[in-house]
Design a binder for this molecule. Structure first.
Ligand code: HEC
Ligand code: HEC
Length: 337
């Protein structure tokens, strides 16, 4: 108990100093940016999900045929699966009964069911982050930020969808959803793999998918995160493993940045906790999608998360080079939630 309280005190001091520093951030932006705009733009190419029109979507199915995913006793017809905003619940034993806003939304139109993107047990995927295990106050604060246009006002397009959702959801439903998600444990399903070469991939409905010919290429300055089974991922299987390929040495380097900081950037652990499991309203990073972590660092850095609580992160992200963002994200993703 005592250490918990002390940690919280340290965090609020750290956040306060971040808030005070931000006042002078504009003037210093030129000096403190540890990474060039060109590097950021290059990183957006793999960190911001795309749905190119040329990508082939699900093939035509027999609407009466039953569909299964590994390990689930449930079956749905293709007619059900292909119904707009239908959310399959493959593993009902994984979560308590969910409120209507989470499983079915408020038809017709927006708001959509939260679980359509964040999954019934709130685990999220490579495209939409996990609200499971986030503090209730943080969940509400972020949805309000989306509603006010302080998040999700530009790219990636997936974040604009979340902003539409935030404008449509009622305050009462938001309370119910935030309460539900904050009580669910988050279980990482990301395997972080250090490697010099990766499968060549292409975008298919917002995720990177290995090319059919099995070709490989250098990883270079990237994270390549891909579902181990794309078909099951598409079916909303909460148990599909995601593989995150990261450059060799990333995890050890990231551990150092998390614990000690880098240049003018502070140690992540000073605010996100010694195990990156979050403290108070500072969200957890451990075990979360490393692509999501880099994506958000870019959004902080480029002024796309502008709610007042984000001020310390705007500073922090502008002090990290893209390679540091990759390393620290790889380390965080490799940790136990
Ligand atoms: C159409 C898909 C979609 C739906 C429906 C949706 N979300 Fe999201 N949500 C997203 C995406 C995508 C993001 C991340 C945006 C980004 O890249 O910053 C997100 C982000 C969030 C975040 C921020 C998480 C964090 O770690 O900062 C919260 C909280 C959240 N959503 C809650 C909800 C709730 C509650 C509902 C239902 C009322 C909901 N979402 C419905 C797609 C969706
Ligand atoms: C001075 C305190 C502080 C430090 C140091 C700090 N953070 Fe944060 N971080 C925060 C706060 C506060 C938030 C929540 C912002 C909000 O509420 O909008 C946050 C949010 C984030 C998010 C968004 C999480 C989500 O679910 O959307 C990421 C990613 C992140 N931090 C990564 C890092 C990394 C990586 C480091 C170290 C390089 C770091 N942070 C260091 C305070 C800090």
């Amino acid at each position: 108990m005592r250490t918990g309280k002390m940690k919280r005190a340290v965090v609020s001091a750290a956040i306060l100093s971040g808030l005070l520093l931000i006042a002078g951030a504009d003037a210093q932006a030129e000096d403190t940016n540890a990474t060039s705009n060109a590097e950021i733009t290059a990183a957006e190419a793999w960190a911001f999900p795309l749905d190119p029109p040329s990508a082939s979507h699900a093939p035509k199915h027999d609407p009466r045929q039953l569909v299964h995913v590994p390990g689930s006793v449930r079956a749905y017809t293709w007619a059900q699966i292909d119904t707009d905003h239908f959310v399959p619940d493959w593993f009902p034993q994984d979560h308590p009964p969910a409120p209507q806003i989470v499983m079915v939304g408020r038809k017709p139109g927006w708001p959509w069911p939260c679980a359509e993107c964040h999954l019934p047990n709130g685990q999220g995927d490579i495209i939409s982050p996990s609200p499971a295990g986030l503090p209730k106050a943080y969940i509400i604060e972020q949805v309000m930020a989306f509603r006010r246009g302080e998040r999700g006002a530009s790219l990636p397009s997936t974040s604009q969808e979340m902003a539409k959702e935030a404008r449509a959801v009622t305050d009462q439903d938001l309370q119910l959803a935030a309460d539900y998600f904050s009580k669910l444990p988050y279980r990482s399903r990301t395997r972080v793999v250090e490697t010099a070469t990766v499968p060549k991939t292409h975008w298919q409905h917002y995720v990177l998918v290995p090319d059919k010919d099995g070709a490989r290429e250098p990883i270079a300055h990237r994270i390549v995160e891909t579902p181990a089974d794309y078909e099951d991922h598409q079916l909303g299987d909460e148990h599909v493993e995601n593989i995150a390929y990261v450059p060799p040495g990333s995890i050890a380097r990231g551990a150092q940045i998390a614990a000690k900081g880098e240049g003018a950037a502070q140690a992540c652990e000073s605010c996100h906790g010694a195990k990156l499991q979050g403290i108070g309203v500072v969200p957890p990073l451990a075990g979360r999608s490393p692509t999501y972590i880099v994506r958000e660092l870019i959004l902080f850095r480029t002024g796309k998360r502008t709610n007042p609580q984000a001020a310390p992160m705007v500073q922090e992200a502008s002090r990290l080079a893209v390679d540091d963002m990759i390393a620290v994200a790889a380390y965080a993703a490799s940790r136990k939630p």
